[in-house]
Write a protein that binds this ligand. Sequence first.
Ligand code: PEP
Ligand code: MN
Length: 339
Amino acid sequence: MVVVMKTSAAQQDVDYVINRARSLGLRAHISQENGHTLIGLLGDVRALDSTVLSGLRGVQRVVSLQQPFRLVSREFKPDDTVIPLNGCQVGGNQVIVMAGPCSVEGRDELMEVAWAVKEAGAHLLRGGAFKPRTSPYSFQGFGEEGLKMLADARKETGLHIVTEVMAPEQVPLVSRYADILQMGTRNMQNYALLHAVGESGMPVLLKRGMMSTIEELLMSAEYILSHGNHNVMLCERGIRTFETYTRNTLDINAVPVLKELTHLPVIVDPSHATGRSSLVRSVSRAAVAAGADGLIIEVHQDPENAVSDGYQSLTPAEFAELMEEVGAISEVLGRSICA
Ligand code: PEP
Ligand code: MN
């Protein structure tokens, strides 16, 4: 249960509610949201009659939550969160597309693919400078050099940058170059990293853990919001199932489920969900049809020779077709690809 105080509530009003809650045997967790003090009540609230609190001075409303997450929940904040990014509104009526290589492979290579995805209509450039690889012997990314290349590509093309951050101590560095911090599937429950990106205030693309439930994804997002950062996009990128034909299984249910449970924007990554370039276009269409607010797509000018994830990367020509198709689907649904 959460007590939402009026923006005009005085500190004495807040203290009174806290003391009243304590007298009822509850603990109080205080946070701030858009000028409102929120008093989260912890303990056995089942028997509590919420009118005991809703009548107190300074109280705007008392929300009784059915779910363990709070700040991310739609019960708590019914209106969609809309994140402004490079002239687009993520989570509103627009569909946005992030595209680019799995890894930043070099300056010239990056510029070429950045221009190609921009011409096809992408809004953000993706590319990993710090790469979480299964094998310690695989290419680990160019690190800060790669971030500089991304920042140069932004300067040339105007595309904003989304790139992965893998450790709390990297957050200040990556934030200097990136527009969105990507938290990868392997780090969804890295609580120190969630804390650090929460404190950064930067827009975050939080990818679902490959073996995580939707509730666990939302609890991870709750960490970021509870550290004061509300600019979070959730990303469904496929989960592990018994099926081995595809790299992962896209949980298409997650899109409407998340739309029901949370106000945060939902992005789908059909590249990692399928692991096969031949499937990426159809799954992208399905994601937008299911209500996704955006897509993140791997694109490479020479997929066969990509240093990572070439088998799931689209060529620029295939990506341009994808953009046409998802544009058409968005319009049928009364939405539009951000221009
Ligand atoms: C990536 O985006 O290249 C990536 C490593 O994604 P994920 O964390 O979803 O595997
Ligand atoms: Mn990849």
